[in-house]
Design a protein around this ligand. Structure first.
Ligand code: ATR
Length: 279
C-alpha cells in the first residue's frame, strides 16, 4: 500500500520538498507519496494525531511548528531535544520520533568544501532557530572556537549559555564582529537578511575576510546573496544554502526509507525549480 509522507507548515505553498522527495520515491521505485499540508498553529496537535492515525511513514516540519511540535511526539532524539526543534518525524512502529536534520544537513554540505571543522575558528551570524541547529551540531565537532554575532548581542549570549556541548564561544554585536572577520576560517550567515526580495541587504561587513576562508549563507534565494558576492570578491570560498537544504532532505529520506539518496540528483532538481545554476 502506498505510504504517505508529508511536510507541515504555515505557509507551505513554496516548499520544494514535495518535488524533491516524490522524484526520489519514483527513482528508487518506492511506493510512497509526499504531500504538503498547511497546518495552522492551533491545529498542530490534531494534525499530528491524524498523520499518526492514518499511518503516515513520516513527515517534515517547517516554520512555525519546529519547536511547538515537540510535546505532540512520542520521542525526540538527543540532538533535536538539545536544539529544541524538530524538522523530521519518523513513524517507528506506530510511535512518532522527532529528529533535527537541519544541523547535520548543514555539516554534510559543509564537508564537501571543508572536510573537517576540528580546530577551526568559526563565526555564526544570527542567534535564531537555524543558528541554534548549526551551532550545536558544529560544537560537537571540536572546533577551536565558535563565536556568535547577532543584532541583539544578549540573544547570542543566551544561545552560548544554552549549548550543551563544550566549546569556546564569545558573543558579539554585528558591527564588532564585522571588524574581526579575518580571524575566522569559516563564517556562517543564518539570518534571512539578503533573501529575496531584500537582495541589497547584508548582515555583516566582509571587507576584512581572509582570502581562502569559507563563507556560507543558508539562503538559496537568491543563489548568491550580496553577502556571498562581497566575500567572493575578497577571495573567499563561498557556499549557498542549497547544500544544507538538499542534505537535510537526504537525511530525512534515509530515516524514512533506509536509502541515502543521490544528492546530486536532488541538487539538480532543486536548482531546476529555482531556475539557476548555483554557485
Ligand atoms: P530562524 O528560526 O529562521 O533562524 P528567527 O528565530 O526568527 O529565525 O531568528 C532570526 C535571526 O535573524 C535572529 O538572529 C535575528 O536577530 P535578533 O536576535 O536581534 O532579532 C536576525 N535578524 C532578523 N532581522 C534582522 C535585521 N533586520 N537585522 C539584523 N538581524 C536580524
Amino acid at each position: 500500500m502506498k505510504k504517505l509522507f508529508a511536510v507541515i507548515g504555515d505557509p507551505i505553498g513554496h516548499s520544494m520538498s514535495p518535488i524533491m522527495h516524490n522524484d526520489l520515491f519514483a527513482f528508487y521505485d518506492i511506493d510512497g507519496c509526499y504531500l504538503p499540508f498547511q497546518v495552522k498553529s492551533e491545529n498542530l496537535g490534531e494534525a499530528v494525531k491524524g498523520l499518526k492515525a492514518i499511518g503516515a511513514g513520516g513527515f517534515n516540519v517547517t516554520v512555525p511548528h519546529k519547536s511547538n511540535i515537540i510535546p505532540f511526539l512520542d520521542e525526540v532524539d538527543e540532538l533535536a531535544a538539545s536544539i529544541g526543534a524538530v524538522n523530521t518525524v519518523v513513524n517507528e512502529n506506530g510511535k512518532l520520533k522527532g529528529y533535527n536534520t537541519d544541523g547535520p544537513g548543514f555539516l554534510m554540505g559543509l564537508q564537501m568544501l571543508m572536510p573537517t571543522t576540528k580546530n577551526k575558528r568559526i563565526l555564526i551570524i544570527g542567534a535564531g532557530g537555524a543558528a541554534r541547529a548549526i551551532y550545536f551540531t558544529l560544537a560537537k565537532e571540536k572546533p577551536a572556537i565558535i563565536d556568535i554575532a547577532n543584532r541583539t548581542a544578549a540573544k547570542a549570549q543566551h544561545l552560548i549559555e544554552d549549548c550543551p556541548y563544550p566549546v569556546s564561544s564569545t558573543a558579539y554585536a554585528l558591527v564588532e564582529a564585522g571588524k574581526i572577520t579575518a580571524e575566522y576560517d569559516l563564517i556562517v550567515h543564518t539570518t534571512l537578511i539578503g533573501m529575496t526580495p531584500n537582495i541589497e541587504e547584508m548582515a555583516l561587513d566582509v571587507n576584512n575576510v581572509r582570502s581562502k576562508s569559507l563563507i556560507c549563507d543558508i539562503i538559496y534565494n537568491p543563489l548568491e546573496t550580496k553577502f556571498l558576492r562581497a566575500a567572493k570578491e575578497k577571495g573567499a570560498l563561498i557556499q549557498n544554502g542549497i547544500d544544507m537544504f538538499v542534505y537535510q532532505g537526504a537525511l530525512a529520506f534515509e530515516k524514512w526509507t533506509g536509502i541515502f539518496p543521490d544528492v546530486q540528483r536532488m541538487r539538480n532538481n532543486v536548482l531546476k525549480q529555482l531556475g539557476g545554476n548555483g554557485c
